[in-house]
Design a protein around this ligand. Structure first.
Ligand SMILES: Nc1ncnc2c1ncn2[C@@H]1O[C@H](COP(=O)(O)OP(=O)(O)O)[C@@H](O)[C@H]1O
Ligand SMILES: [Mg+2]
Length: 262
């Protein structure tokens, strides 16, 4: 998928975050996510915890990548690192040719704002703001007239099938509807990469399928999505599924041995 950059984005995109020369376009799209020897060790009072022990992964732009594995296998740690939220203790991650942890701190913040949409299991909606206001939040820093922000947010709410709930507070919405608001909020900036950590973990199976249909549509439209899940039922939605074990890439479904813990 070619990333459509609006004029506003081009004005605000800092040069340090801008991708490399266009000549490397194909190579960059093929290695849109480029993870090399990724390690994360948490040092605390007790013994150090090796959450990631050398993860390698390359995925092209437009992938819908599932990340599975038992609790504690390093899935959330990996997603946080892909999202520029947690520095590795070894190895590197590049997204769209940008070596994330080689960026100075404020440029990493710019990367998060311009490249990423996050969706979490707990939704993380602001309870005293309406659905529309929650979706508008990520546009706060954009140089854009308020009326345009509002119509952009409404457009995305419509996209997730919630236009008629725009004025509702999260507490007045069902779990599936709150999840849709969270997805709309993640999409409002048209991020090149969508990261989701167990986004269906709190939903019943019928609502899970509805939400996965929505993610599948986003994937068909060319979005790159990385989703962590425990739920084997949603695995068929992914075009590739990696399984982590003890901080390493254990195998890829469907080629994993049948008794592989996910
Ligand atoms: N901030 C942290 N401090 C210390 N240990 C952590 C921290 N975050 C995660 N861990 C540990 O790292 C390992 C991997 O955790 P995590 O990535 O959350 O696994 P998963 O998402 O697969 O359940 C676990 O042993 C967990 O306890
Ligand atoms: Mg987790």
């Amino acid at each position: 998928m070619a990333v459509v950059i609006s004029e506003t984005d081009q004005e605000t995109r800092p040069r340090e975050v801008a991708p490399a020369a266009p000549s490397g376009q194909d190579e960059r799209a093929a290695r849109f996510i480029d993870v090399r020897g990724l390690q994360k060790t948490f040092e605390g009072d007790g013994a150090p915890v090796h959450a990631l022990r050398g993860l390698d992964l390359v995925a092209p732009e437009g992938s819908f990548l599932g990340v599975m594995g038992q609790s504690g296998s390093g899935k959330s740690t990996f997603l946080a690192m892909l999202g520029g939220l947690s520095h590795p203790t070894g190895g590197s991650i590049a997204v769209d040719g940008i070596d994330l942890y080689a960026l100075p701190g404020e440029r990493l913040a710019d990367f998060r704002r311009e490249y990423l949409g996050f969706v979490f299991q707990s939704f993380n909606l602001v309870p005293y703001l309406t659905a529309l206001e929650n979706v508008t939040l990520p546009l706060a820093v954009k140089k854009m007239p308020s009326a345009d922000k509002r119509s952009r947010a409404l457009e995305v709410l419509e996209r997730v099938g919630l236009a008629d709930r725009a004025g509702h507070l999260p507490g007045k919405l069902s779990g599936g509807e709150q999840e849709r608001v969270a997805i709309a909020r993640a999409l409002v900036n048209e991020p090149p990469l969508i990261l989701a950590d167990e986004p269906t973990g709190a939903l019943d199976s019928e609502t899970t399928v509805e939400i996965m249909d929505l993610f599948a549509a986003l994937h068909r439209e060319g979005n790159t999505i990385v989703m962590v899940t425990h739920n084997p039922e949603i695995q068929p939605f992914f075009d590739r599924t990696i399984v982590l074990r003890d901080g390493r890439l254990d195998c890829e479904l469907p080629a994993c041995p049948v008794d592989t813990p996910v």
